[in-house]
Design a protein around this ligand. Structure first.
Ligand code: DGL
Length: 279
């Protein structure tokens, strides 16, 4: 996408620039999907780090360095803000990117934590997330910043995102997996559950069946709302009736990303560019 020649503010940003979004794979498409619906005039560049998938069992150090490299590439494409559409990368790298980059960076997590605290009535909240996200304790801290009396029951689901990313989310193996991972939440009698990995809304129906009478909090909806508000306050929101464009890049096989992405986003992806970032 060519850098537009519109009005630029002191930070060199203009409403005409695109929004950069990244995730380890196709999970972030659940966030992009909401952003496309809530911000139809904006251009988006989505990067799926499929060669590095899964992020869930990587160290914070690795994830921070990787997030920095990806952000550098997105900034080179000309973006006005970066969205980390991945809970694992947000937990490991959001603060780092916000401290080191000159453009705004938004992550998932904080708005879901807030929404969960507002939603729960019995003040018992469940969390399903990757091992790295659970280990970081970030959700616990954010929830307790809003209400120290809310109990968080966190369940690490190391096999779930890889099974979804493998592309066959509706086989018996996944049904069994979802049943097992949700069992501690049913036992704990939580009334609200945060889907703390952007891949999980892709099996939302299975999750709902196993978590009856619970409200599910998803990253996409909350993030898109926060992004819209943040762009508006910074006067970076596009004020046009024209429909924005979107484009995709990934670090792994672009054909695999294209097939999976089309299935999950249910929209045409166009050409997926394969990009090598960092070492
Ligand atoms: N989609 C990513 C998240 O939200 C995780 C998947 C992975 O392990 O890479 O945490």
């Amino acid at each position: 996408m060519a850098r537009p020649s519109g009005q630029f503010d002191d930070a060199g940003l203009s409403p005409d620039l695109a929004i950069g979004v990244f995730d380890s794979g196709v999970g972030g498409l659940t966030v992009l999907d909401e952003c496309l619906a809530q911000l139809p005039a904006e251009d988006f560049i989505y990067f799926g780090d499929t060669a590095w998938f899964p992020y869930g069992d990587r160290s914070d150090l690795e994830l921070r360095a990787r997030a920095e490299d990806i952000s550098g590439w997105l900034i080179g494409q000309g973006v006005k803000t970066i969205v980390i559409a991945c809970n694992t990368a947000t937990a490991a790298a959001l603060t780092h990117l916000q401290t080191h980059l000159e453009i705004p960076v938004i992550g998932v997590m904080s708005s879901e934590a807030h929404a969960a605290v507002q939603t729960t009535r019995n003040r018992r909240v469940g969390l399903l997330a990757t091992e790295a996200t659970v280990r970081s304790g970030s959700y616990e801290r954010m929830i307790h910043a809003h209400d120290a009396g809310v109990e968080l029951v966190a369940v690490a689901c190391p096999r779930l995102a890889p099974a979804i990313q493998a592309g066959d989310p509706f086989d018996d193996r996944i049904v069994e997996m979802v049943r097992d991972y949700t069992a501690p939440l049913r036992d704990a009698d939580v009334d609200t559950v945060i889907l703390g990995c952007t891949h999980y809304p892709l099996v939302e129906r299975l999750l709902r069946r196993n978590l009856p009478n619970t409200r599910l909090i998803k990253s996409g909806e909350e993030l898109a709302r926060e992004l819209r508000e943040s762009l508006a306050r910074k006067s970076l929101l596009r004020n046009t009736a024209a429909e924005g464009r979107y484009q995709f890049a990934c670090s792994g096989d672009p054909d695999v990303f294209h097939t999976l992405g089309t299935r999950f986003l249910q929209m045409p992806l166009g050409t997926v560019e394969q990009v090598t970032i960092g070492a």
